[in-house]
Design a protein around this ligand. Structure first.
Ligand code: G1P
Length: 291
């Protein structure tokens, strides 16, 4: 199987759950401590050796692309003042990532966003990372998934078990009655987008990391829009399953849904506590609170 070289980051959503903060600032740029959410996703791809970064953007998202460019004025300023740490922080991420941006002109769903990447991805397998799913793990989850793809092919979706009442927020995966081809992998026989809890075939939720073969593009072109007129990636995957294996990958690590206010706060607190610079002081501060 060919190596995964490209990662697609859908980033055209309006971020209404974080209004008023997201009226002008893209939700992807909201920071966890001091790092924009999308940078954490891009860092995961870079750590896995995936350097071609494709942003699917929309109106008002220019700062997402600018963030991954070199900022001469800022760098010059920091260099002249001898602030080499800050200088390399500003430079690092811009240096490694090769960035392309494509406009999703109408918000027609996640499947449509992925389809927008077709001309840049071409005829090779690729990763999709949803930056509002942050996964804290020792090694990049997308890297493990890419390795699994290189051995087994097909499509690979990260999954985690959720409480029964939560499944209606996610794509829901149905395991097949077939042997696992490798560690953490389960062959799937179906998937359905956000089923009501009473109709959900399992409690296995699809989380925002995917390795997809190029055949997914044909599938997405042939999927019917859902009741809201959106093209869902999950529906495209169900079409793909007719001709290609699709595997669930149970990742190791802790996932935060930073697209949700509570998840955002949880990630902020836990990432801050884990930091060498502010962690100990922040821990003392939390302990001092009369909770
Ligand atoms: C999207 C996908 C869904 C998946 C989820 C993971 O939904 O459509 O299948 O489970 O991401 O975060 P969204 O959260 O964008 O509504």
């Amino acid at each position: 199987m060919s190596k995964i070289r490209k990662a697609v980051f859908p980033a055209a959503g309006l971020g209404t759950r974080f209004l008023p903060a997201t009226k002008v600032i893209p939700k992807e740029m909201l920071p966890i401590v001091d790092t924009p959410q999308i940078q954490m996703g891009v860092q995961e791809a870079l750590d896995a050796g995936i350097e071609d970064i494709i942003f699917i953007t929309g109106r008002g998202k220019v700062s997402v692309v600018d963030h991954f460019d070199v900022s001469y004025e800022l760098e010059d300023h920091l260099r002249n003042r001898g602030k080499s740490d800050l200088h390399s922080l500003a430079r690092e991420v811009a240096e490694k990532a090769h960035v392309a941006a494509i406009r999703q002109k109408t918000p027609l769903g996640l499947g449509h966003a992925v389809l927008c990447a077709k001309s840049v991805v071409g005829d090779e397998p690729f990763a999709v990372i949803l930056s509002d799913d942050i996964i804290q793990s020792r090694q990049p989850v997308i890297g493990h998934m890419a390795e699994a793809y290189e051995t087994h092919g097909g499509a690979i979706l990260s999954v985690m078990e959720v409480d029964e009442g939560e499944i209606s927020k996610y794509g829901c995966a149905t395991p097949a009655d077939a042997p696992s081809p490798g560690p953490r992998l389960t062959p799937l026989q179906g998937m359905v987008e956000k089923p009501p809890a009473s109709e959900a075939p399992s409690n296995l939720a699809i989380i925002g990391r995917y390795i997809l073969p190029p055949e997914i593009f044909d599938c997405l072109e042939n999927v019917s829009p859902d009741a809201n007129g959106e093209i869902q990636l999950t529906d495209g995957l169900r079409l793909l399953l007719e001709n290609s294996p699709v595997f669930a990958y149970e990742f190791e690590g802790k996932r935060y849904d930073v697209g949700d206010k509570l998840g955002f706060l949880q990630a902020t607190v836990e990432f801050a506590l884990a930091r060498g610079d502010i962690g100990p002081q922040f821990r003392d501060y939390l302990r001092s609170l009369d909770l």
